[in-house]
Design a protein around this ligand. Structure first.
Ligand code: C2O
Ligand code: CU
Ligand code: CU
Length: 490
């Protein structure tokens, strides 16, 4: 079997593992990385041109206040940039909630233009979802209150005002929303210093350009692609790690950039969760495609690496068939996060459970399929769904509450489209054309699914709350240009 993304796919690479024990990652294949051992400062100091990764502070969802306002973002050890930030930081404070809690969050708009916050992946009533119609003007505030009904997972928040989303996220407005529950607690996953939140964005490399939003004509077609990866708002981040198992919750908060996560030595990634929370069981893969808006919850065991060694979390190269030539094309190889192994070791980690979470399969009861065609025509309103451009006040589909349906997303363009749905999660049933497979890390519940050119993806879903929700492409330029529909659950 061969795919069109650069290298052959063997069955072995996508095998589900019944159990991934501590020893599964400790095999002889984990050679010490040497490709970035070119610094003169000693092995455990890391590359001095890199900036230590910082974790955002935390707010309890039960009583949080978020001010979106102009500020200054630190982008390296010595540089900063004017930015727009939640509570003065990128990422904004991590909002943490437990299943069953009541979230109460006040948004204050300190920006010179309208905004509204959307809780991406969090299942909230329509009035709390941050639909563009709910945008508030400068100086105004919006009080969100909703019960946290879903299971544990990695979600995020970002602005969603129509035509302004890309610029506001670009200027620095984005943060994590993390939900925990008893099921996840029982797994004993890495926590504290070994739970790493990593928000990925590609930007201009220089301080003056990094947070400046001025897309050119090509950016409006492909979406804004740049060559310099930032992690948690920092250029070229580095992280000191001990010889233990780490949990990386990785969020793609870019405009258009698709990452293919992998390790510099070809070592395995153990994926335990995605957009909607935990996978049914851990899967071991050597790379993960992460489209805009998607999350990957990944374990990396650093015990096999000697103190002083370094490992790079990378975006591995791939090619997107049919994609137009670009300055900084999709598939660009990137160093995302340097990991530097310190002397410190701890007690060995216990084996990971073979079963992470129960995910009941949705069963299609025979409702007619709904079809959504994603087209980029190259003229006028160039990014369309079913031939339509977004109208805030038009309802495009009516969906019966509580009914399982199959939705079929077809990409009839030569550009990737990460398709995102508000108000519910879905289960990916099939992908035909293009890569022609559903990856094991796309199991469970998803809120965003990547459509490469000419791919068709079928998903099963059910809405459990009424109201108007959005279906849109999460390429931020496509979204702002109207590649978005209103679906009303009745
Ligand atoms: Cu990440 Cu409509 O949102
Ligand atoms: Cu969303
Ligand atoms: Cu798109």
């Amino acid at each position: 079997m061969t795919d069109s993304y650069g290298e052959p796919i063997s069955r072995r690479r996508f095998v589900h593992l019944a159990a991934v024990g501590a020893t599964a990652l400790a095999g002889g294949s984990l050679a010490v990385l040497s490709s970035c051992d070119n610094s003169s400062t000693g092995p455990s100091d890391g590359d001095p041109t890199r900036t230590p990764l910082l974790m955002p502070g935390t707010l309890a969802a039960t009583g949080a206040s978020l001010i979106a306002a102009p500020g200054t973002a630190t982008i390296s050890r010595t540089e900063s940039s004017a930015a727009w930030l939640f509570e003065g930081r990128l990422p904004g404070p991590t909002i943490r909630a437990r299943q069953g809690e009541q979230a109460r969050i006040r948004l204050q708009n300190g920006l010179p233009e309208p905004t509204i916050v959307h809780w991406h992946g969090v299942l909230v009533p329509a009035s709390m979802d941050g639909h563009p119609r709910q945008a508030i003007g400068p100086g105004a505030s919006y009080d969100y209150e909703f019960p946290v009904v879903q299971r544990a997972g990695t979600f995020w928040y970002h602005p969603h005002p129509h035509h302004l989303t890309a610029a506001q996220i670009h200027r620095g407005l984005a943060g994590f929303f993390i939900i925990g529950d008893a099921e996840e607690d029982a797994l004993g996953l890495p926590a504290g210093e070994r739970e790493i939140l990593l928000l990925l964005q590609d930007r201009e490399g220089d301080a003056a350009g990094a947070f400046d939003y001025s897309p050119d004509a090509a950016d409006l077609v492909s979406g804004m692609l740049r060559d310099t990866p930032f992690g948690n708002g920092l250029r070229r981040p580095t992280l000191q790690v001990s010889g233990r198992r780490y949990r990386f919750r990785i969020l793609n908060a870019s405009h258009a950039r698709i990452y293919r996560l992998g390790l510099s030595n070809g070592g395995a990634l153990t994926v335990i969760g995605n957009d909607g929370g935990l996978l049914p069981s851990p899967v071991q893969v050597d790379s993960v495609f992460l489209g805009v808006g998607e999350r990957a919850d990944v374990l990396i065991d650093l015990a096999p690496y000697p103190a002083g060694s370094r490992l790079m979390l990378k975006s591995l190269p791939f090619t997107v068939e049919f994609s137009p030539a670009a300055r900084y094309p999709q598939g660009l190889e990137m160093d995302l996060l340097e990991l530097v192994r310190t002397e410190a070791t701890g007690p060995g980690d216990s084996p990971l459970p073979a079963v992470l979470s129960g995910v009941p399969a949705l069963v299609n009861g025979g409702a007619p399929d709904r079809h959504f065609v994603f087209q980029s025509t190259g003229a006028g309103n160039m990014h369309l769904i079913n031939g339509l451009t977004f109208d805030m006040d038009r309802v495009d589909e009516q969906i019966p509450l509580g009914q399982v349906e199959r939705w079929v997303f077809s990409n009839e363009s030569t550009l990737p489209h990460p398709v995102h749905l508000h108000g519910t999660h879905f289960q990916v049933e099939s992908r035909t054309g293009g890569r022609n497979l559903v990856y094991p890390y796309e199991a469970g519940w998803k809120d965003t699914v990547l459509l490469m050119p000419l791919e068709t993806v079928a998903v099963l879903l059910r809405f459990d709350q009424p109201g108007i929700f959005l279906l849109h492409c999460h390429n931020l330029q496509h979204e702002d240009m109207g590649m978005m529909l209103n679906v009303e659950v009745v």
